[in-house]
Design a protein around this ligand. Structure first.
Ligand code: CDP
Ligand code: MG
Length: 141
């Protein structure tokens, strides 16, 4: 079943000039880019996107990081795109993420881990509507 998922290529990846290589992995897998935009988000948008984390003790530094410079927001589309993109992305902590994943190959941090990817159909629909309100969301369960 074709799904859509929200991906953020985070400010660390933009600063490190890894946008092309990250995109290449998704494209090479067979996923299609349904929308894409380079933008710098403000704290209010970060709070909406990371609503489930705003009360965590590590949220203030995450908020500072995600608003620290431009990121690339995109919607990827394809068969089981949500779980496929999470698998390509790897575990949250780049130090523990498996080699061969984006985080496993290029991140040495639990925060600056290069990419965000929606973790469920509900998250994908919610996050796509935040970043691309004019785009039809991921298939709702
Ligand atoms: O991104 P993912 O769904 O894998 O992880 P999360 O647990 O939902 O956390 C969201 C983001 O918060 C992570 O991708 C990290 O960038 C950041 N984070 C952090 O700054 N410090 C932590 N202790 C855990 C996560
Ligand atoms: Mg998450």
């Amino acid at each position: 079943m074709s799904e859509r998922t929200l991906v953020l290529i985070k400010p660390d990846a933009v600063r490190r000039a890894l946008v092309g290589q990250v995109l290449h992995r998704f494209e090479r897998k067979g996923l299609a880019i349904a929308a894409m935009d380079l933008r710098t988000i403000d704290g209010a948008l970060a709070d909406r996107h990371y609503a489930e984390h705003v009360e965590k003790e590590w949220y203030p530094p995450l908020r500072a990081f995600i608003t620290s410079g431009p990121l690339v927001a995109l919607v990827l589309e394809g068969d089981q795109a949500i779980s496929v993109v999470r698998a390509l992305t790897g575990a949250t902590d780049g130090r523990a993420a498996a080699p061969g994943t984006i985080r496993g190959d290029w991140s040495l941090s639990n925060r600056e881990n290069l990419v965000h990817a929606s973790d469920s159909p509900e998250s994908a629909a919610r996050e796509i509507s935040i970043f691309f309100p004019s785009l039809e969301g991921s298939s709702t369960p």
